[in-house]
Design a protein around this ligand. Structure first.
Ligand code: KG4
Ligand code: ZN
Length: 332
């Protein structure tokens, strides 16, 4: 089966062609047109600007995905598109494009939850998954722990009560004057810093639930910065490393705790923050210690892309036309 994936939930216009055959996935093309350079000067994504650029980019991006994959529309079996959560004007452009193509090419359309798609990036490892599994999705808009009882049985068990993990990286980068998006910049700078220099709090680390809070951690970085007389590059690197370690420690402690409570056999990491090397390495070590299988997508499949949208569609039912709608607040 050949699946065309389309993703426009935030500021990436993406299209991909994925083959699913004999229980194995292969990526035929993965095109991502990033708007980071455009939104950088505003310090974050401006929804109206994002939507305008999706309109400009969407057809060329799909065209490029088809050309690179050497696939003709007649060979496509499914069209998958993100319908939420995300920015409503951005989502509409992906959905309307997918609908038009599905109508013109006479293909079934698959409405895809962006969060399920993030965790579906793990299916692209082509490894069997032992259930129950615990999924940690960490992105710019979400931080969620989900219990997966079997392939399509998801139960949300925890989430952030304020900022998402990626949002915290972005805000800390902003307050340190480092630019946008913060995650990749902080993690790079942290390589030159000492994570033990500043003792930042690990919010809610010992709570009995599986929720998170990152707003207090960010504020703690802010107060520390205000108290410092002079901040040079080394101080920024130490602040970055110390903040990153605090965020990673909380994410790992709660994930492992959830795995123990629900007798999970597997941990699945995903979302933009899953590109963070310290999180990847530390969680991998923690899973080894607990004898848990650990899966994470390749780094290029962690941040928003359409390959994960196509992968998610392999196990979904087609969406009837009258049920197609975007939902900016869609939950897992
Ligand atoms: O999944 P994603 O591309 O978009 C959403 O669905 O939100 O995630 C984007 C988020 C941003 O907050 C970005 O700063 C963060 O992922 N991110 C990282 C890294 N790369 C991207 N955070 C920490 N370390 C990274 N290496
Ligand atoms: Zn995302």
């Amino acid at each position: 089966m050949i699946i065309l994936g389309i993703e426009t939930s935030c500021d990436e216009t993406a299209a991909a062609l994925v083959k699913y055959q004999g229980g194995k996935f292969s990526i035929l093309s993965n095109i991502v047109s990033s708007q980071i350079q455009i939104h950088k000067k505003y310090g974050g994504v401006v929804p109206e600007v994002a939507a305008r650029n999706h309109i400009i980019n969407i057809i060329p991006v799909i065209d490029e995905a088809l050309t690179k994959a050497k696939i003709k529309p007649s060979q496509i079996n499914r069209i998958a598109v993100t319908t939420g959560p995300g920015l409503i004007t951005s989502l509409i452009i992906g959905q309307e494009t997918a609908k038009t193509l599905a109508y013109a090419w006479n293909k079934p359309i698959f409405s895809i939850n962006h969060l399920k798609a993030h965790l579906s990036a793990n299916w692209l490892n082509n490894q069997p998954i032992k259930y129950p599994a615990i999924s940690l999705i960490v992105s710019g808009g979400h931080t969620e722990l989900t219990l997966i009882k079997s392939k399509n049985k998801f139960i949300k068990i925890g989430q952030t009560l304020d900022d998402a993990a990626g949002e915290a990286f972005d805000k800390v980068a902003k307050l340190l004057g480092l630019g946008y998006p913060g995650g990749p910049i902080i993690s790079k700078l942290a390589l030159e810093g000492n994570p033990k220099t500043f003792k930042f709090p690990r919010p809610m680390i010992n709570n009995n639930d599986f929720n998170f809070s990152f707003s207090g951690l960010k504020t703690s970085v802010l107060y520390t910065v205000k108290k410092l007389k002079k901040i040079n590059k080394k101080t920024k690197a130490d602040l970055s490393a110390s903040f990153q370690q605090a965020a990673v420690d909380v994410l790992i402690k709660k994930t492992i705790k959830a795995a123990k409570k629900y007798n999970a056999k597997t941990i699945l990491l995903s979302g933009g923050v899953a590109a963070n090397k310290v999180l990847r390495e530390n969680l991998s070590i923690a899973c080894q210690k607990e004898n848990l299988n650990f899966l994470m997508p390749e780094i290029f499949l962690c941040t928003d892309n359409a390959t994960m949208i196509a992968a998610a569609a392999a196990f979904e039912k087609p969406t009837p036309w009258h049920k197609l709608r975007v939902d900016p607040n869609l939950e897992i």
